[in-house]
Design a protein around this ligand. Structure first.
Ligand code: AHG
Ligand code: MN
Ligand code: MN
Length: 336
């Protein structure tokens, strides 16, 4: 095996980052390592998704609902398991669980952080071999350490995230995470089973040419959003275009692509879903944090995503996120 020592593993990287903080306890590195471990286990199952042992009989008619559920729940259980048994997390909130889970044991009660996650994002894409992901946001608890954490720890505005990240199970598997210091991407090297630093200091290009939105909902969007989509469609060489439309239906994959290449992802309000579809706490907030640290922006059409005061674990929010100049263009055209 040829392990290139110039490439840092996720663990090596997070531990190196600590050197600049003499008082750091290493709990955040532990937490990121725990999430990485869960992600590796999920990755193994995602890669087997076409095989009978996870999907059941391939000939079964009603595959989708059941299959999706299996991997969603598997991913959820892996995350809850590693975080519960790790030393850094006092409790979690998950898309798959109605309520927050407060670990309330001696080790967890002394932990600094709580974690919110979407264990498997884009789950409708599992059985068609399209990229899916995991999304997470980490907060320092505001409740007193030594005691069980509390609901209020999970309902902090996204601006208070200490770190946020995602894993994309794609043509390769990658974990990207942000702290206030920067955004870094790690690709899973299957030959050694380690996430290795492949995309140091990711910056979201200021300009982009990709817009990502579900066109099927076009006539359900507010008029100002329709207007902006039409502007995107009419772009040509004379005015900074042409733009390209890309929308896969897994926000992890869609936002990841736009973060790297430059672009704008939208999930606007629709007539049926006036509050949007995406969940504020474990979909919008982590991505808003990552994209802002990378130099981009994220709003709900009215205010910065990261400043919204959450009131409920599963609340939804419209989302507009991406390259700064495209965000400005959206706001100008849409008269936000
Ligand atoms: P999840 O699989 O966690 O329920 O999330 C799916 C989300 C998101 O990933 C994606 O961008 C969006 O749903 C797609 O929704 P539409 O099919 O309505 O466009
Ligand atoms: Mn999701
Ligand atoms: Mn999900």
């Amino acid at each position: 095996m040829n392990v290139n020592r110039k490439v840092l593993t996720l663990d090596e990287f997070t531990i190196q980052q600590l050197r600049d903080f003499p008082h750091a306890t290493g709990e955040l590195s532990n937490l990121l390592r725990d999430i990485g471990l869960a992600a590796k286990r999920v990755n193994v199952e995602v890669n087997k998704a076409g095989l009978v042992d996870i999907l059941g009989d391939a000939g079964a008619v009603n595959v989708q609902g059941e299959d999706v559920k299996k991997l969603d729940i598997f991913a959820n259980n892996q995350l809850v398991g590693v975080l519960r048994h790790g030393i850094s997390c006092a409790g979690i909130g998950s898309e798959e669980l109605d309520d927050v889970v407060i670990f309330d044991d001696e080790v967890s009660n002394n932990s600094k952080y709580v974690c919110l996650f979407d264990p498997l994002d884009g789950s409708g894409n599992i059985d068609v071999n399209v990229s899916i992901g995991t999304i997470f946001g980490i907060y320092r608890r505001i409740s007193e350490r030594g005691k069980a954490c509390e609901r209020a720890d999970f309902l902090q505005p996204g601006i208070r995230q200490i770190a946020a990240g995602y894993v994309v199970y794609g043509s390769s598997t990658m974990m990207v995470y942000a702290t206030r210091r920067g955004v870094n991407g790690f690709t899973l090297d299957p030959s050694i089973g380690e996430f290795t630093l492949s995309h140091p200091n990711i910056r979201c290009p200021e300009n982009g040419k990709i817009y990502s939105v579900n066109h099927g909902n076009f006539f359900q969007y507010p008029e100002n959003i329709q207007r902006y989509i039409e502007v995107c469609q009419k772009k040509d060489k004379t005015n900074g275009g042409p733009y390209t439309q890309r929308y896969i239906g897994s926000m992890v994959a869609d936002v990841h692509r736009n973060l790297i290449k430059g672009g704008l992802f939208m999930y606007p309000p629709t007539r049926d879903k006036p509050g949007g579809k995406l969940r504020l706490l474990y979909e919008c907030n982590p991505f808003a944090f990552i994209v802002e640290v990378a130099g981009g922006r994220a709003t709900d059409g009215k205010q910065r995503i990261l400043e919204i005061q959450p009131v409920e674990l599963h609340q939804r929010s419209p989302l507009f996120i991406g390259s700064t100049n495209m965000m400005t263009e959206l706001e100008t055209v849409g008269n936000f």
